[in-house]
Design a protein around this ligand. Structure first.
Ligand SMILES: *Cc1c(COP(=O)(O)O)cnc(C)c1O
Length: 421
């Protein structure tokens, strides 16, 4: 459920008409609903209660500091994969003890900054990383709390680019080798083992791969405890999928995911951490764009928008489907027609949808891409020297620009011409 609904035929974000934001901010723009973000965070937190737990929002899905502040104020932790994201969490007022540092390639500089600023735990993905972290922590006179990311070798049955839990993926340590790596960790002076971490992929639409992975984590917990390790936390990663269309099978709900976690891991007495990104942010955001031209092609009509693949890359990168809806709903009984919906970028890949059925649209009309809150603005680039799309946050009847659109002048100023040229 989200808070983007038609009122009097006009699409609103909560109580604000998107046409009003378009006039004030210009197009294209991303728009997020505070009520939807809040609702999704609460669903997860309630699903895990009464187990001790921390819902760590995966910042990589939507990293605007205003959004992080909103979630952090609700009590969320944060899952970061770079020091840049760590600093975003800090800038949003989230304390270090609620920040988990994930990622396969943390540098020593990143470790140093996080240890210095405070960190809940590092999710370590390899033995070289473990040794580097121990050295860095020792040099600072600290010990680094860690979980080791294990790779359970389960098939997440999702898009190949976002599956991470098979043995051929670059992530984590094969679960069979985990006891050996935990034994090494226990001997390192700068390391304190606190738990186990697993994350098998993104946009999973079935609980079964999660359950298989979590059962393996439960077994490993017993094994490691028998070997004398203190395992008090289980970080179960993110990955729960969202419905991108209204027609396809509905993915599992947080409440069912929570019940499955309690069933498979509840008896272990561990604090549960989860790292949802997409399920919190995905349906909390839309991308609003204006039709520049409609063009009649050979056997097809094109809708040429002012948004492009650089603003929302998911369709060209992951073959993703986003519902596209007119901001002013059609009069009742109007027949739809197929459009190829494209952006202005000079690549054929700059196609959002083919033969998409929409009511007739004209130059100047507004359309919205639904479910664009996750992996939308964060993956945007300035390809074709198109300024980064601004972000707007709505709460009830008010809205604010939370990242302004840069001017082309600002973009040009970032380049410099060497004096010898
Ligand atoms: C990407 C990622 C997440 C978030 O995944 P979602 O599918 O957005 O929930 C969580 N944890 C790790 C380690 C990740 O890489």
């Amino acid at each position: 459920m989200d808070h983007f609904l038609y009122r009097g035929g006009s699409l609103h974000a909560e109580d604000v008409a998107l046409t009003d934001i378009a006039i004030s901010v210009g197009t294209p723009f991303y728009c997020y609903s505070a009520a939807t973000l809040t609702r999704h965070y609460n669903l997860f937190s309630e699903a895990l209660s009464p187990l001790p737990h921390l819902v760590c929002f995966a910042i990589k899905s939507l990293s605007n500091i205003a959004v992080l502040k909103l979630l952090g104020d609700l009590g969320a932790g944060m899952d970061v994969v770079s020091i840049g994201e760590y600093m975003r969490a800090k800038a949003a007022g989230v304390p270090g003890e609620r920040i988990v540092f994930s990622g396969v390639g943390k540098t020593r500089d990143e470790m140093r900054i996080a240890l210095h600023g405070g960190i809940r735990q590092f999710n370590v993905e390899s033995e070289p990383e473990l040794r580097a972290l121990s050295e860095v922590a020792t040099s600072l006179g600290k010990t680094a709390p860690i979980a080791i990311r294990v790779n359970p070798d389960v098939d997440a049955r999702t898009h190949a680019k976002i599956a991470t839990g098979k043995s051929e993926n670059k992530f984590g340590i094969p679960i069979a080798r985990a006891p050996q790596v935990y034994a090494e960790a226990a001997k390192l002076p700068g390391i304190q083992v606190v738990g186990i971490d697993v994350h098998i992929g993104s946009q999973l639409t079935d609980l079964e791969p999660f359950e298989q992975a979590f059962q393996k984590v439960a077994e490993l917990t017993m094994t490691l405890r028998a070997q004398g390790h203190t395992i008090t936390r289980l970080d179960l990663g993110g990955g729960l999928g969202i419905p991108y269309t209204r027609s396809n099978d509905a993915p599992p709900l947080p409440i069912d995911y929570g019940a499955m976690i309690k069933r498979t891991l509840g008896h272990l007495g561990c604090e549960i951490e989860i790292e949802p990104g997409r399920l919190i942010s995905g349906n909390s955001g839309i991308l609003v764009s204006r039709v520049i031209y409609t063009k009649n092609g050979e056997g097809r009509d094109f809708l040429i928008l002012d948004a492009a693949m650089n603003d929302l890359v998911r369709p060209s990168m992951y073959d993703a489907w986003h519902d596209i809806v007119p901001v002013i709903g059609p009069a009742p009984g109007v027949e739809t027609q197929p459009y190829d919906v494209v952006g202005p970028v000079c690549e054929t890949g700059d196609t959002f949808a083919k033969a998409r059925h929409l009511p007739p649209l004209a130059e100047g009309d507004l359309v919205a891409f639904r479910s664009a809150g996750a992996y939308g603005a964060v993956m945007a680039s300035e390809y074709n020297t198109r300024p980064l799309v601004p972000e707007v946050l709505v709460s009830q009847d008010h809205f604010a620009v939370i990242r302004a659109r840069p001017s082309v002048d600002e973009i040009l100023k970032r380049d410099s011409i060497p004096e010898w040229l």
